[in-house]
Design a protein around this ligand. Structure first.
Ligand code: COI
Length: 359
C-alpha cells in the first residue's frame, strides 16, 4: 500500500483542564486513522485525518447485522514523561486479525496499520495524560459498510483508530468489586463469537449487567453457555484465581476472549515463579476451594481496568467473601508491576513496550 496521507486540521481542540474528572471514553483527540476496503481496491487510502462524525447509509450492514470488530489498547507517557509508548500494540493488532477471521472480514495490512498507529500516537502525544493511572485509550474498529439489507458478508469496510484520553479507572483508588454468578443469561457459547472482540458479545452482556446491578453487584460472572457450570469471564474482562498458591484461569476454548492483560498476568506470574494453570474450572469446584480456605484471591484482567480485584462472589443467593473483602496481595502486586511497566518505572524485560514518540 502507498504511504499514509496526513490531512491537517484547521483548528485543534482544547484538552481537558482536569483529567481526573473525565469520564471514560467521552473525550476524543484531534485526529484519527482511516482506511477503506472494497473488492476492487482491497484495503486502500490509509490516512490520518481530523476526528469527525461519519455519514453512513441508513441501510449500513453493521447497523443491521453487526459485522464489526474492535480493539482496546493504551498509550502512556513513558520514562519520566520523556517518551510516548504503546503497550503491546502488535499483540492487539494480531488479535484484531483473529477477530476479523471469525467475522469473515478481509485481513488488513498489519504493517500499514501498525505504522499508521505509531504515526497517529506521535502526532497526538500531547494528548496522553500524565497523572497516575492515566493513559490515552486507543480504539481501533473495523465495520461493514455495504448499504444492503441482505444478510451476507459485506463487500466494503471502514477501519478507524480513534483516541480518547482516560483517567485512572478507579476514581477513588484501586477498589475491589462485588460480582454475581450469572446462571440465567450467557455471554457467548463455544462455536460462537466469544473469542472475537465484536460488538455482539458486549450487547449480549448488557441486560445481565443491569440485573446484577439491580441485585447490588458490580458485575456478572459468566458461566459457559452449554453446561452452565464452567467459569468463563467477568463483566467484560478475563478472570483469574489464586488457589492454594497457584494462578488459575479458564482455558481458551473459543468462547473466551484471548485477553492481552490475561496473557501479561500469566507471563509475569510465571516469571515470579508461580505455577499457572489454564483449565476448565467449575463454579462448584471454586466453591469447594472457598469452603476449604484454598481460594485466596479472585481478580479480573482487562485493558481498561488492568486488574480488578473481587471482594464478593454471589452464588445462588449466598455471598462468598474473598481475601477478607480486601484487595488481595497478589492482585495489588500484579497491578503495581503492570502499572510500572506502562510508565517505565519497571524495566520492560518482556518486550511489551513500543516507544513511538519523544517529547
Ligand atoms: C477492557 O477491559 O479492556 C474491555 O474490554 C472494556 C472495554 C470494552 C471498555
Amino acid at each position: 500500500m502507498s504511504e499514509i496521507r496526513f490531512v491537517k486540521a484547521d483548528k485543534l481542540k482544547d484538552k481537558p483542564a482536569d483529567m481526573s474528572k473525565v469520564k471514560f471514553g467521552t473525550v476524543f483527540t484531534d485526529y484519527m486513522f482511516e482506511m477503506e476496503y472494497d473488492e476492487k481496491n482491497g484495503w486502500h487510502d490509509a490516512r490520518i485525518t481530523p476526528y469527525k462524525d461519519l455519514a453512513v447509509s441508513p441501510a449500513n450492514a453493521t447497523l443491521h447485522y453487526g459485522q464489526a470488530v474492535f480493539e482496546g489498547m493504551k498509550a502512556y507517557r513513558y520514562n519520566d514523561g520523556k517518551q510516548a509508548a504503546i503497550f503491546r500494540p502488535m499483540t492487539h493488532l494480531e488479535r484484531m486479525e483473529n477477530s476479523c477471521k471469525i467475522l469473515d472480514i478481509p485481513e488488513f495490512p498489519l504493517e500499514t496499520v501498525h505504522e499508521g498507529l505509531k504515526k497517529l500516537i506521535d502526532i497526538e502525544k500531547d494528548w496522553i495524560p500524565d497523572g497516575p493511572g492515566q493513559s490515552l485509550y486507543i480504539r481501533p474498529v473495523i465495520f461493514a459498510t455495504d448499504p444492503y439489507l441482505g444478510v451476507s458478508v459485506s463487500s466494503m469496510y471502514t477501519m478507524l483508530i480513534i483516541l480518547s484520553p482516560v483517567a485512572a479507572y478507579y476514581a477513588n483508588g484501586f477498589a475491589p468489586v462485588k460480582i454475581m454468578v450469572e446462571d440465567k443469561y450467557v455471554r457467548a457459547v463455544r462455536g460462537g463469537l466469544g473469542e472475537a472482540k465484536t460488538p455482539a458479545n458486549y450487547a449480549a452482556s448488557l441486560h445481565a449487567g443491569m440485573v446484577a446491578h439491580e441485585k447490588g453487584y458490580d458485575q456478572t460472572l459468566w458461566l459457559d453457555g452449554v453446561e452452565r457450570k464452567y467459569i468463563e469471564e467477568v463483566g467484560s474482562m478475563n478472570i483469574l484465581f489464586k488457589i492454594d498458591g497457584k494462578i488459575v484461569t479458564p482455558m481458551l476454548d473459543g468462547s473466551i476472549l484471548n485477553g492481552v492483560t490475561r496473557r501479561t498476568v500469566l507471563a509475569i506470574a510465571k516469571e515470579w515463579g508461580y505455577e499457572t494453570e489454564e483449565r476448565r474450572i467449575s463454579v462448584d469446584e471454586l466453591k469447594q476451594y472457598y469452603e476449604s480456605g484454598k481460594l485466596e484471591e479472585v481478580f479480573g484482567s482487562g485493558t481498561a481496568a488492568v486488574i480488578s480485584p473481587v471482594s464478593t462472589l454471589g452464588y445462588k443467593g449466598h455471598d462468598m467473601t474473598i481475601s477478607g473483602g480486601k484487595i488481595g496481595e497478589f492482585a495489588q502486586k500484579m497491578y503495581d508491576e503492570i502499572d510500572g511497566l506502562h510508565t517505565g518505572k519497571v524495566k520492560d524485560t518482556y518486550g511489551f513496550i513500543e516507544i513511538v514518540g519523544e517529547y
